[in-house]
Write a protein that binds this ligand. Structure first.
Ligand SMILES: [Cu+2]
Length: 182
């Protein structure tokens, strides 16, 4: 009986570790505004929503909305602040727009339908390097706020660090599982 409980505990622990690990190191997808989506019908503080998430290079943001009433325009910081939709960098109109965050920096999106941006349908997205997840490269993350443009320069593949992390991770998990099973 005790043995079964220990095994269950070990399995549960393994599952939790796997979930935590994949959450920390794999590309994530974020629905802008979560369940509310991209809207003005429900008051959503998109700036607050954005600030509660950590966006990394490789992550995706998805705008979900009724395309009859809204759209998504990527704009400059200046046009974001003034809700100027006349010269977007990119525009999306499908109603379910998945945008992959390809480089670090600050990106700005708003709805181009007159009045909507002013009503709060605008979201800033701050993207940090995927490799910033690795503790050895962590100092680069703090430098990002100073000058995002510096990070557009080509960087080494972020895949190397997670592989090292991965092997250490599995070693730790295996050791712990054995310990728990006894
Ligand atoms: Cu709109």
């Amino acid at each position: 009986m005790a043995l079964v409980a220990k095994r269950e505990l070990a399995c549960f622990f393994l599952m939790m570790m796997i979930m935590a690990f994949s959450g920390a190191c794999m590309a994530a997808t974020y629905i802008v505004g979560d369940s509310a989506g991209w809207t003005i019908q429900i008051p959503v503080d998109y700036t607050k929503w954005s600030s509660t998430n950590n966006f990394h290079v490789g992550d995706k943001i998805v705008f979900t909305y009724n395309k009859q009433f809204h759209n998504v325009l990527q704009v400059t910081h200046q046009n974001f602040q003034s809700c100027n939709a006349t010269s977007p960098i990119a525009s999306y109109t499908s109603g379910s727009d998945s945008i992959t965050l390809k480089s670090p920096g600050n990106f700005y999106y708003l709805c181009g339908v007159p009045g909507h941006c002013q009503a709060g349908q605008k979201v800033p997205i701050k993207v940090i390097r995927a490799s910033a997840r690795s503790p050895s490269l962590a100092p680069s993350e703090s430098a990002l706020s100073g000058s995002p443009s510096a990070f557009i320069a080509p960087s080494p593949s972020p895949s190397s660090a997670p592989i090292i992390q991965s092997s250490k991770f599995w070693l730790a998990v295996t050791a712990l599982a054995f310990y728990l099973i006894g």
